[in-house]
Write a protein that binds this ligand. Structure first.
Ligand code: HEC
Length: 149
């Protein structure tokens, strides 16, 4: 993961523009130099790629959204940016193996405008174009949880 991206997120928590009660408190307690040091520490760690589970549940509708998107609703393929398995790249965060709750909360923050978007960042539009059921389905699929009835 890219240090600039991570530092940006910590700065957003510290200035309150990205919401999380827990992360705002911790980010504010750090100086900018400490935030930068933490961002660089995590940026130097290897990505998820090697540890990714392979037992993803078959769910064709969700797999289609991830691999192809749905252009009739202006939703691009998630994996076109987030990597073939959702493992991310140096510039774009991984979406594979995130906790289901965290994933859903991030998407809802974009839907309600409580997570800032950078210039050209597509996520607020994408989050608004997905249905809540699709968001929950993608979250579970990427976390390798069974779809709930
Ligand atoms: C055109 C490129 C692009 C596409 C397509 C895309 N994303 Fe993203 N996504 C990004 C970028 C860039 C970020 C980092 C945004 C930021 O935090 O400012 C991001 C961030 C995220 C995050 C937050 C990760 C975290 O650690 O907080 C989630 C969740 C996410 N995307 C899900 C999706 C899903 C689901 C789809 C498909 C429906 C998708 N993305 C399609 C570029 C893309």
């Amino acid at each position: 993961m890219n240090a600039g991206y991570l530092l940006n997120q910590l700065d957003h928590y510290a200035d309150g523009s990205r919401s999380s009660q827990v992360m705002q408190v911790y980010s504010r307690a750090l100086t900018r130099i400490q935030r930068r040091a933490i961002a660089e520490y995590y940026a130097a760690k290897p990505g998820l790629g090697s540890q990714l589970h392979t037992g993803r549940q078959a769910n064709n509708a969700i797999a289609a959204l991830l691999n192809k998107g749905d252009w009739s609703r202006n939703i691009p393929a998630c994996f076109s940016c987030h990597g073939k398995m959702g493992t991310g790249s140096k510039l774009i965060p991984a979406i594979a193996d995130q906790p289901v709750h965290y994933f859903i909360v991030q998407m809802n923050h974009w839907r309600t405008g409580t997570r800032p978007v950078g210039e050209g960042d597509p996520m607020a539009t994408i989050a608004k174009n997905l249905t809540p059921t699709e968001i929950a389905g993608i979250a579970r699929y990427l976390a390798n949880e069974s779809p709930r009835k």
